[in-house]
Design a protein around this ligand. Sequence first.
Ligand code: DAH
Length: 347
Amino acid sequence: MEQQLTVLQQKAQAELGAIRTRPELEAAKARYVGPNGELTALMKQMGAVPKEQRPAMGKLINESKVRIVAELDLALARVAEAEIAAQVGPSIDVTLPSPDRGPGTLHPLTQVREEMCRILRKVGFAVADGPEVETEYYCFDALNTPADHPARDAQDTFYLPATADFGNISKRTPGERYLLRTHTSSVQIRTMLKGSPPIRIVSPGRVYRRDTTDATHSANFHQLECLYVDRNVTVRDLKALLDYIFTSLLGKDTKTRFRPHYFGYTEPSFEVDLSARHLPKVNKEWIEIGGCGMVDPVVFDGVGYDSKVWTGYAFGMGLERLAMLLYGIDDIRTFYQNDLRFLKQFA
Ligand code: DAH
């Protein structure tokens, strides 16, 4: 029996040392110390051992069991460690420099905005800024857009709850509501109230409308607004400036045309179309790009400028529209999805 124990012990040591997986471990455990295991079988033979040899034999068996169980424990530790390592994957050196992704690129809207500002700065326009949260006064009233005008409908404009409080944006009248500006024309009023004529500003920025998103609409888009106030400003000056802007941006052969329109804050008012060699990209001969006109005297009076002395023009246009035309993009949604495959094309 002593010899059997020694053989079993050696076999166990060799086998248990080679265990790599949990099923192997469970099988080995059953084979040696399970109810039908080899060591258990030897223990059952104790009854046949002569009485005087039993204590010594029992001791030997126990020692074997302790050793085998210790080997099983070691094997379990090895298996568990291998399992965790497999889950975690290969070890990484967090101090290594990350793979070089190369420099980023400016968003196409940023590029068009910057280019337009550069073109306008060249002829004396300064960049002006205004808040995206506005009050009804700056967005509508001061722009001669009365309370019953459809643009002010809650269907078209995002109004903020009456309880909303924007300490840094002061209301002109206690009853007026806060809203998300529907156009950058509000910056005209802020600029005129802050400064004094002559004025020449360009103001690009984000605007909001309750539009359902599709290939040509987005509830949030960008406009670029210009305001020029001086003595003796005429429609000719307005047309000349628009021609200058669009030929600078889109090439010498670009044409602009005016169509009569109505805006509360300009008189006369026009919609501006343009035709450029880029247009085949979007399959059209003319596209509408924005609105413009001569500042309505009512607006001047409202901000305290003498409308007998001061004249001016203003216009606003969609930046997405321009970028779509310039780059031949046919879906406005691509601007906001931040898909690198799209963005990388505007390096
Ligand atoms: N605010 C107008 C719009 O969002 C565009 C516009 C029209 C701006 C006439 C102007 C203007 O400055 O004079 O559709």
